[in-house]
Every structure is written in structure tokens, then in C-alpha cells.
Design a protein around this ligand. Structure first.
Ligand code: DHB
Length: 465
């Protein structure tokens, strides 16, 4: 048996109970997915419904046809360890794993490196592009082992939330892209492709080099911010309330960034479903803003149809059961600003994104020229090539990859971690490239994921059964 060849003897029968229901499955755990790992996190777990070892079917699937569901546990671009059903330790998506098994999916959970990791010598080992290189290496392992464990390697669906949603979107957009080959070769990744069938992404925190502009396009003029400070130094993450008001300098920077966003948006040459150009004028108004407004109104209409009082948030006009108008600015005021200016490329290098773009010897770097020029600390600027190549949008603007054909993107209508413009650019580009997209802004939903697994799995079944 050669290295990276899966050995069926690794499977062990397991039981797990969720909501009083017992799920029988087999597990093969702690499998290195590259030949030359740099850290123990580069291992994966495989979980298979017991039926597929007994010649049975589940939800219409067999051992040969079952989709392979690959959720990740990445958050904050921190390390995302491999997960298992019944896992009590954060980060985990244990319930997602169990429900996926119950639905008849083969589940593969791969550990992915993140920005905080250092080796014994003190070198950082998980800076960008490590998270996506590991995700691709894990997919290559699964595809290289086609037929050695149940599941259809032509039906791989990735899933993640926030930074993990970005990971899912990036792997779906960048299948087999050349940029990652040297890093994959160095790790000794399995000989296979890494393109996938479908993407599930919740509130993907992506397009980082344009996220500051997009944030100010949305929140310019709203000067109070409030959020939670995250402390990951202990055994469990600690969250403490943290709030402030933009300084005069930040308010001036907000206006500059907002203006930059219109230029960026217009450069994308987006079109709506009728083929009309989506643009913004110098004040940030125009057909793209109207698309955002209509998308929020559609979210409110869905909630209204379910009997929800949508006036928890400001700006809506309702007539005879129809949402007839929305003052989008009033709505943004009512969902409130979470982050100061710049929202992502923080000038003192304190954000997770600046830490993501560090290197082996550098804890953090800027990744936009704006922040680099206004930095309040001595700082380097990450390479433009690196920053653009870990942005899924890049692979939708230029033909250099094998893209996933099916996309399901959700971004909560109460999410303030990134601008609504960010997911809307992504899904519009996907549609403009002829890909299959299912997108909504679920009403009154904060920055979170996996809150509608029944609907997600119905979407998967419609594509795979
Ligand atoms: C995440 C959230 C953020 O607001 C951010 O800037 C980066 C990552 C997250 O939850 O993964």
C-alpha cells in the first residue's frame, strides 16, 4: 500500500444519539491527508452511514452514489481542527455532521491550518494561503481514494461559515488553479484534482481587499459601533462587549473608502438577471444599491408571509401584506455598525485578516494600499498576488480554474460582520458566469451558519438524488 492510500481496515463502527434518535455509522479517524505534513492538524476523519457497509440504501443513496459532504470548522481564519459526531469542544459542527449522516451523506472533516499556529522554532505555519492549500489537499486525498471508501467523488459539497464560508467559496471557485500547485507539491498532496461539485457558504468573509470599501459604502454616516472583543488565549474563547464612536479621522477615511467602492464595483461589469448593468455613482447610489435594497425587501417579504413583525427593523413600508418600499439607509442604521474604520485591514494590525496575511516570521501585515498608507504601526504590505489568489472573486473574473457548478450562499439580513455588497458581488458574478446559484438574506439572522440544515440538505438532494 502506498502512502496516502486509504486502508478500509481503519473503519470502526460507532453510535451517536441526537434528539433521541440513534445514528449508526463507521468512522476512520486521524488520517494524514498529505505525505509531508507540517502539523498534526493536517489529518481528516471519514464518517459513513452504516447502511453502506451492509449493501443498503439511505435516502435513496447507495455506497456508490452518496454525496460527500465536507464541512470545515474554520472561524476567524483560526485553525479549524477535524471534527467528529458528539464532539463537545469548540470549534465543532457536531450536529451538522450527525444530521448529514442521517441524511445519507458520507462526511469528511479535514483539519485546516490557521494564522495563530507556530512550530517549535516559533515560525508561523498557518498564514495564508495555508487554510485553502490544506482544504485542497484534503479534497485531493478524497478524490485520489475514489472507490476505497463509500461516496461519490463527483459529488463533493463543501460547507462552512464566515471565514469557513470563505474557505468553502474559495475552494469552489479555484478548482485546480495553478497558484496553489507549488504549496501542494511541497506538502506531498495526493495526485488528484481538487475541483468540487457544489458549495455551501454561510456569510463568507471574503473579498478581503475590497471589504473595507464595501463596509463604508454600507455604514458611512453611522459613527457608533459595537461588537464583542474575542479572547482566544484561554481554553474557551471569551467575548466581552466593546463599543466606540468613529474619530474625525476615521469619519474622513470612511468617505474615502466609500468613494473607492463605487470605482471598484463599476470595474466588475456586473449585470442583473435581465442583462442590465449594475453600477454605482460617486455618491454610492445606482442600480447595484437598488439590487441590495430589493434583496433586503425580498427577505422582509418572506418573513412577513410567515407572520413575523418586520418592524423590528426600520425603513419598511407595508401595504396590504406587501413590502412596498424600503429606506435602505434607515435599515442600515437599525442593524447598526459593528466595526470601526477600516473594518478589516485595521491600521494597528489587530484584526484577524491582518494576521492571516502575515508570513512565517511576520505576525501580521496590511493587505490594502489604503491601510498600508495610513498604518499606525510599522508594517509590511502582503503580496498582491497572494491576496488576490485567496479571493474567490478573482477566479470568477479570470478563467484560470475549474469552478463548482452549484452554489448555495446564505448571509443573514442582520449580519454586520461584512457589507451585504460582498455576498451580492459573489452571487451576481456566479450568475453572470452561468453557474447555478441559490441565494437569500435570511430575515433577522445574525452572523452564523447551518441554521437551515433541512433546506440545505433538500438543495443537495435535488442536485444529487
Ligand atoms: C470571522 C468574523 C469576522 O467578523 C471577521 O472579520 C473574520 C472572520 C469569522 O467569524 O470567521
Amino acid at each position: 500500500m502506498t502512502q496516502l492510500e486509504f486502508d478500509t481496515a481503519q473503519f470502526q463502527p460507532q453510535l451517536v444519539t441526537l434528539d433521541g434518535q440513534t445514528v449508526r455509522y463507521q468512522a476512520a479517524c486521524d488520517i494524514p491527508y498529505v505525505a509531508q505534513p507540517v502539523d498534526d492538524i493536517q489529518q481528516l476523519n471519514i464518517f459513513v452511514p452504516a447502511a453502506y457497509f451492509e449493501g443498503g440504501t439511505l435516502n435513496g443513496y447507495t455506497a456508490a452514489t452518496a454525496p460527500i459532504f465536507m464541512p470545515n470548522t474554520v472561524g476567524g481564519y483560526m485553525p479549524g481542527p477535524r471534527d467528529y459526531p458528539g464532539n463537545q469542544q469548540q470549534p465543532t459542527n457536531s450536529k451538522t455532521l450527525i444530521q448529514a449522516l442521517r441524511r445519507g451523506y458520507v462526511v469528511v472533516s479535514a483539519g485546516l491550518r490557521g494564522w495563530s499556529q507556530q512550530n517549535a522554532a516559533g515560525d508561523f505555519i498557518g498564514k495564508a494561503p495555508a487554510f485553502i492549500v490544506d482544504m485542497k489537499a484534503a479534497i485531493r486525498y478524497v478524490k485520489a481514494n475514489q472507490g476505497r471508501f463509500p461516496g461519490n467523488t463527483d459529488r463533493i459539497i463543501t460547507n462552512g461559515t464566515s471565514a469557513g464560508g470563505a474557505t468553502s467559496a474559495l475552494v469552489g471557485a479555484s478548482g485546480n488553479a495553478k497558484f496553489f500547485e507549488p504549496a501542494l507539491a511541497k506538502l506531498g498532496a495526493a495526485q488528484a484534482t481538487d475541483d468540487i461539485f457544489a458549495v455551501s457558504a454561510y456569510c463568507p468573509i471574503h473579498n478581503l481587499e475590497h471589504a473595507d470599501m464595501a463596509y463604508e459604502w454600507e455604514f458611512n454616516g453611522i459613527n457608533d459601533w459595537h461588537r464583542y472583543k474575542m479572547d482566544f488565549s484561554g481554553a474557551q474563547p471569551k467575548f466581552t462587549p466593546w463599543a466606540g464612536t468613529l474619530t474625525a479621522a476615521q469619519q474622513a477615511q470612511s468617505a474615502v473608502l466609500k468613494a473607492q467602492f463605487a470605482t471598484y464595483l463599476n470595474s466588475l461589469q456586473l449585470t442583473d438577471t435581465a442583462g442590465a448593468q449594475l453600477t454605482l455613482d460617486a455618491d454610492g447610489n445606482g442600480s447595484f444599491r437598488e439590487l441590495v435594497r430589493q434583496t433586503v425587501m425580498a427577505s422582509a417579504q418572506t418573513a412577513l408571509d410567515q407572520g413575523v413583525d418586520i418592524h423590528k427593523y426600520a425603513g419598511f413600508e407595508v401595504n396590504a401584506g406587501r413590502v412596498t418600499d424600503l429606506d435602505l439607509t434607515a435599515y442600515f442604521v437599525s442593524i447598526t455598525r459593528m466595526k470601526a474604520v477600516p473594518a478589516f485591514d485595521e491600521l494597528d494590525l489587530s484584526s484577524p485578516e491582518t494576521k492571516l496575511f502575515g508570513d512565517a516570521q511576520t505576525p501580521a501585515k496590511h493587505f490594502t494600499t489604503f491601510a498600508s498608507e495610513h498604518s499606525t504601526v510599522p508594517a509590511k504590505l502582503a503580496s498582491y498576488e497572494l491576496v488576490t489568489n485567496v479571493n474567490p472573486v478573482t477566479y470568477l473574473l479570470h478563467d484560470q480554474s475549474t469552478r463548482a457548478k452549484h452554489w448555495r450562499v446564505r448571509h443573514g439580513a442582520a449580519d454586520r460582520d461584512t457589507s451585504f455588497a460582498i455576498p451580492l458581488i459573489l452571487v451576481t458574478l456566479l450568475q453572470n458566469r452561468g453557474l447555478d446559484v441559490d441565494f437569500t438574506l435570511p430575515w433577522d439572522t445574525p452572523h452564523s451558519g447551518d441554521y437551515d440544515l433541512g433546506e440545505l440538505f433538500t438543495w443537495i438532494d435535488q442536485l444529487c438524488q
